[in-house]
Design a protein around this ligand. Structure first.
Ligand code: XIL
Length: 552
């Protein structure tokens, strides 16, 4: 029992603490859904039935912070029709009822997918499989057609491979690509009011896979197939870099007339977790929310869970985790603040600049590029560290040479045989800039052929255990006269095979790959650049990628 003296002290402390707290308006500290609604967007989370039934904290946060819900597993085929014609909606209804009680909209996930679909479906012949698919859609969509909470569906999920070809699933192998149009038509028939989406991963940026998706959606809509919406799963990882053309990519889909949405956002990190990874992760979350806010056709962002206590990441990606905005004890992480502040419309009130970064250390210097690293800044103003600007010191107006979200950069497009003095400034989410770091000096090397020639640098855009995408390979004319064609060569590590390419013509001899410009990107003025990309399959578990690119 507390003594009355102790109670008095605690009360006093409470009063003092309340007095010392910065005055934030109720709105600034409001839950995510309040800010999202004010912007006309949803902010959602995937929910699992287990913790929804058993954990108060899980229910409280899910109900308070989000205005949109996706069932993480409960609406999948294995849950709703485990044996043919036997429909069970107990888990799905549990989630829909929770959403109804909390005034949340539900996105149905997912009707036709190659995973979590029972074996009985996979073994059917073509005619029986098509009618099983149509019946499944009719029953599951029909079950919720009159439920005002359920407003949209992922009709088909993950139909492409990483190269932009059709995924060799039992659906495609048995029915051909027509299953997609048939699925959408069946869903429209079952609920004419529901918004019908196609959903996939690794389609956030502009690449071979997202372009295949774009072409499919365009052609389906031209044929009158009811595709209303495209979902970008957005299972991101900080070690693979942020898809910086995400907004541009969503915009090109929007131009087809479809709604777009971020459907399964998480940002995993490699263990162990540390505060710098948390900060980078927060930047990714902020970038995704900002991309959606910037695109009118983007309906909102669904995060794939919300607490690291219940996330698919550690079970799926060895040695990765911590992908969500709350930690395993339901404490908010920097990612939460980033989502909150982005939805709240920025960071009004933050006028505190980040600390000044350390002096840049110069790494590899080529004729047209230079690698720099520096010690990181911190930001205490509330909006969080957003990244760094690197400038060239040149008197009155210093040129911005590059931007990075991490404390390092490889500057490209530099002039050969030229001395550069550069410095770094940190940026926060409100746009405040730090002071200038001390200068670093380097001199680029002589270009190949003494003034003629070109260089090429490749970036790993994404990788998985069995392959990777190099995008972009940037080709720069480092010479002093225009060129009308270029050839880039590189070596694939043993066992790696080329599986696709774009914006160049690639030929393979042994492990040597020769990439020649396409007919539209061979002409490069001095200092001008272009790019191409390619995809490679590699033995599972192998982590190598090509190391050097030679341009001639
Ligand atoms: C995942 C769930 O999070 C896991 O619990 C389950 O074991 C496997 O599926 N793409 C999708 C989601 O469309 O349905 C997947 O969800 C994650 C990848």
């Amino acid at each position: 029992m507390l003594s009355s003296a102790l109670l008095r002290v605690l009360t006093l402390l409470g009063v003092v603490a309340a007095f010392l707290l910065p005055t934030t308006s109720a709105q600034a500290s409001a839950p995510l859904r309040t800010h999202a609604a004010a912007k006309g967007k949803f902010i959602g989370t995937a929910l699992a039935t287990g913790p929804l039934g058993s954990e108060t904290s899980y229910r409280t946060i899910a109900g308070t912070e989000f205005n949109q819900i996706t069932a993480e597993n409960a609406m999948k085929w294995e849950s709703t029709e485990p044996s043919q014609g036997q429909f069970t909606f107990s888990g799905a209804d549990q989630i829909v009822n929770f959403a109804t009680q909390n005034n949340q909209q539900v996105h149905g996930h997912t009707l036709v997918w190659h995973q979590q679909t029972p074996g009985w479906v996979q073994g059917l012949g073509a005619t029986a499989m098509r009618s099983a698919m149509q019946n499944h859609i009719a029953q599951v969509v029909g079950h919720y057609a009159d439920n005002p909470a359920v407003v949209s569906w992922d009709v088909v999920n993950e139909v492409f491979d990483e190269n932009g070809g059709w995924r060799s699933s039992f659906w495609y192998n048995t029915l051909g690509q027509s299953f997609v149009a048939d699925a959408f038509r069946a869903a429209r028939a079952a609920d004419p009011d529901a918004r019908l989406c196609i959903n996939d991963y690794n389609v956030e940026g502009i690449n071979a896979k997202s372009t295949a998706m774009y072409n499919l959606v365009s052609s389906l809509r031209q044929q009158g197939v009811p595709v209303d919406c495209v979902g970008f799963q957005s299972h991101l990882a900080i070690q693979y870099g942020f898809p910086s053309d995400m907004q541009q990519n969503m915009q090109r889909f929007a131009a087809l007339g479809v709604q777009v949405r971020v459907t399964e956002l998480d940002v995993r990190i490699q263990t162990p977790r540390d505060s710098s990874k948390d900060t980078t992760q927060a930047t990714y979350y902020r970038n995704v929310v900002n991309a959606c806010l910037a695109v009118t056709a983007c309906a909102g962002v669904t995060i794939w869970g919300f607490t690291d206590k219940h996330s698919w990441v550690p079970d799926t990606f060895p040695n990765e985790g911590f992908a969500l905005p709350y930690d395993a004890n339901y404490q908010q992480k920097p990612a939460y603040t980033a989502v909150h502040d982005a939805l709240a419309g920025g960071t009004s009130g933050d006028t505190t600049a980040p600390t000044t970064p350390g002096t840049p250390t110069v790494g590899t210097v080529t004729s047209n590029s230079a690698a720099l690293t520096w010690s990181a800044s911190t930001d205490t103003g509330g909006s969080g560290l957003a990244g760094y600007n690197v400038y060239r010191e040149q008197g009155a107006t210093d040129a911005l040479l590059g931007q990075s979200s991490t404390a390092s950069i490889t500057l490209t497009g530099l002039s050969p045989s030229t001395q550069y003095q550069v410095y770094v400034r940190a940026r926060d989410g409100a746009g405040n800039l730090s002071g200038n770091s001390a200068l670093a000096t380097f001199t680029t090397q002589a270009g190949p052929g003494g003034g003629g020639g070109c260089t090429a640098t490749g970036t790993v855009q994404t990788q998985w255990s069995g392959g990777y995408v190099i995008q972009p390979v940037t080709v720069t004319n480092t010479g002093t006269s225009a060129i009308s064609g270029w050839t880039v060569t590189f070596t694939l590590p043993a066992g790696h095979t080329l599986s696709g390419s774009w914006n160049a013509t690639l030929t393979v001899s042994g492990q040597t790959v020769t990439a020649k410009n396409a007919n539209y990107n061979g002409n490069l003025a001095p200092n001008a650049g272009t790019s191409f990309g390619f995809q490679v399959s590699r033995p599972s578990g192998n982590t190598q990628t090509p190391s050097t690119y030679t341009c001639a």
